[in-house]
Unconditional design. Structure first.
Ligand code: NAD
Length: 321
């Protein structure tokens, strides 16, 4: 039987590695591509022994050559957490623009369907709440987060242009905060930061008064939404995330209860352009994909905490790359 072939960029990252697992499970031949700038081969090392899997160590902002047929492309390569994209702003802009252009060109050449990973960050600091796909966003292009937000906005525009002008089959997923095993403890995002602090016996740092809200989606739910979107015939952007919103202060309290730490919450000044509210409106995903998140924060956090706890102790203390 000849298997359908899928290229996954960002394969060694948090989401990319889970996508590789899912497509292997679905019987695809998976070609993973990554330059390991923020990723880790340990996330996919279990796949190297499989004939169904191959890996290219390559920067997708440079010309991409993949021999043979390709049926699907999932473009997930990009630094994703503020700590990363503030350190490597130019690479972030390049992978969202040149990297996306290369992937779209490859999709056109191969006649493949392509899904690109966009983000809730394209809504910026939103003036409507919750955010549905009709909202155009409130982004500061020259603020520190602009490099990521604008790269992703450009990515969406370029993807739509390839759809309209070249007839490429495109899909755009707007991903909201996602968590789960294989996240990096030191990636600077609230959830791993809180759990890391609890594991190390440090106080939990909440920025500002902690009234800013986030909604967290467990990775298995997200991957299901992405898979359904790829297989759908819908080319407009679709939000995928968990609408269960919580303030960061309450969230820190949940982590304290989950981990049993005796440490307390301390407050630090809010970073520039930190969004005050984030909550997906997932009406479109429900209607078009028949998708809703299934994993409660309680269940998802437990699995994620167990994963972080099982890491060698020196990982708990590792500084960001
Ligand atoms: P991650 O940092 O764990 O994974 C990104 C991967 O892309 C890494 O393995 C990195 O090495 C690779 N990469 C970066 N630049 C590259 C390049 N030029 N060439 C080849 N590989 C490159 O991040 P993640 O959380 O898995 O995010 C994956 C995608 O999902 C990103 O596009 C991100 O913008 C998007 N996203 C993630 C979230 C989330 O909550 N995790 C939310 C919204 C959007």
């Amino acid at each position: 039987m000849s298997r359908k072939r899928v290229l996954i960029t960002g394969a060694a990252g948090f989401l990319g590695s889970h996508l590789c697992d899912r497509f292997i499970k679905e019987g695809f031949h998976v070609i993973g591509m990554d330059n390991l700038i923020t990723g880790d081969l340990r996330n996919i090392e279990h796949l190297f022994k499989l004939e169904q899997f191959e890996f290219y160590h390559h920067d997708v902002s440079k010309f991409i050559h993949v021999p043979g047929e390709l049926h699907y492309i999932l473009h997930f390569a990009s630094p994703a957490s503020p700590i990363d994209y503030l350190k490597i702003p130019i690479q972030t802009l390049k992978v969202g623009s040149l990297g996306t252009h290369n992937c779209l060109g490859l999709a056109k050449a191969k006649g493949a369907r392509i899904l690109v990973a966009s983000t809730s960050e394209i809504y910026g600091d939103p003036l409507v709440h919750p955010q549905n796909e009709e909202y155009w966003g409130n982004v500061n292009p020259v603020g520190p987060r602009g490099v990521y937000d604008e790269a992703k906005r450009f990515q969406e525009a370029m993807t739509m242009a390839y759809h309209t002008f070249h007839g490429v089959e495109t899909r755009i997923v707007r991903i909201f905060n996602t968590y789960g095993p294989r996240m990096r403890l030191n990636d600077g995002r609230a959830l791993p930061a809180f759990i890391g602090q609890a594991l190390r016996g440090e106080d939990l740092t909440v920025f500002g008064d902690g009234s800013q809200t986030r909604s967290f989606c467990f990775v298995d739910d997200l991957i299901e939404g992405i898979y359904r979107l790829l297989m759908s015939d819908y080319h407009q952007p679709v939000n995928v995330g968990n609408p269960d919103e919580i303030s960061l202060k309450e969230f820190a309290e949940e982590i304290i209860a989950l981990t049993g730490t005796t440490q307390k919450i301390v407050h630090k000044p809010l970073p520039v352009d930190d969004p005050k509210q984030r909550q997906p409106d997932i009406t479109r995903a429900k209607e078009i994909l028949g998708w809703t998140p299934k994993v409660s924060r309680r269940e998802g956090l437990k699995v994620t905490y167990e994963y972080f706890k099982s890491l060698p102790k020196d990982e708990w203390f590792k500084q960001p790359k």
